[in-house]
Design a binder for this molecule. Sequence first.
Ligand code: ZN
Length: 444
Amino acid sequence: MKIQDEKKKMVHINKRVPMRVLGAFLCVLMLALTVMTALPYHTVFADKISEGDIDELQQMLDALEKEKEDQQNQLEQMEADEARLQASLASYGSLAQLYYEQIEEVAEKKAECEEQLKNYEEQIAGLKEDQKELYDNFKLTLRVLRESRDVSALEMIFNADSLMELLSAFERTKDLSKYKKQLLSKIEESFSHIKEEKAAMEAELAKQTELGLRLDSMRADVEEQIAETEQYLTEITQQIIATENKLSELTDTTEEYEQELTDLIRRYEEQLEKERKARQTLLWPLDTKNKRLTSPYGYRYHPVTGKYKFHTGIDLAGPTSGSIKRNNIYASMDGVVITCVNAPNSKKGYGSYIVISHGYSERYGGNISTLYAHCYSVNVKKGQEVKQGDLIGTVGTSGSSTGYHLHYEVRKNGLTTDPMSYEYITALGGTPINPKKFVTGAYY
Ligand SMILES: [Zn+2]
């Protein structure tokens, strides 16, 4: 199989290892190869998927689709041939049927002719008998007459009392011979007539016999055609079955590849998304207009308790004048809300606050989370997925706070870091912020 070869080739490419470790890993590799060739296509790819991998799979799928289409066309052609052969077979069948009927008809006619000929022969035999009998009788009469000439005929003549009697005697013998002659002639006439009819009948029989022979030959031809057509049909039916099986296999394989392509694209998109997230730059949590950095990261005297204590984030004050006090707080990166405390009336600690986990960041080389404290309101829930720049709450003064401000923390692998050590993009897509340049208390 071509596909299997492709798979194996890919396994070899992906599994190429230096010669010196080959020995050590030979057994493991053999096992891996055995497992991988048995697994679906996508599993043999390296961890990182490239567009080339998708293209390659797509091309294989295209080739399969093309092959499927070719087979489908062939199948349609064969089915058309099959239909044509079946139509031919049907017409040959009708023709054969017609010949059988005609042959039967000819046989009947021949039988009739033969019957009639037999009849004529009987008639001829009868006539021959009649002829012979009459002839014999005629001869006898003549002989009698001749013999009797001396006696009765002559007697009759000589004893005739009158001329009339004499003439009558003569006439009698004449009539008799005339009558018998006439009879003989009639027999001969019938005889000749029957012979003519018999000859005609014999001609008819010969004609029917010839017709019968011709029909037999035509029937034999058509039977040969039927046998040949049936042979073709058997062959084409077998080819159709084979092609249908092949098509069914191709359909299964295509479906398998389509599924694998879908999976591969999904995984590739996930990978791209993960890569995008891993490359994401922190977004400044507030709008950058008329804001002040009021307290940096590190040790300080706490503004409420007055104690010297480590400040785990930075304090960003919103504008304190006018009615605009509660400014929007934005999620610094894509992530999941892992903590969300809604305590707007609390006077302790962070008050209302949110913690978002952003997962592993390639850019910052660790797992990053951000914390937003002293909120007036929170717009998210624990477990909610957020995108960078999503409005997650508003600036307030809940918890241990002396005024409207955002306490913002950036944690890496669970430990607080100085948020001012990072660069930030801004929510409105303005100039990136570099808080390293900030002077505490200055507007930015
Ligand atoms: Zn603070």
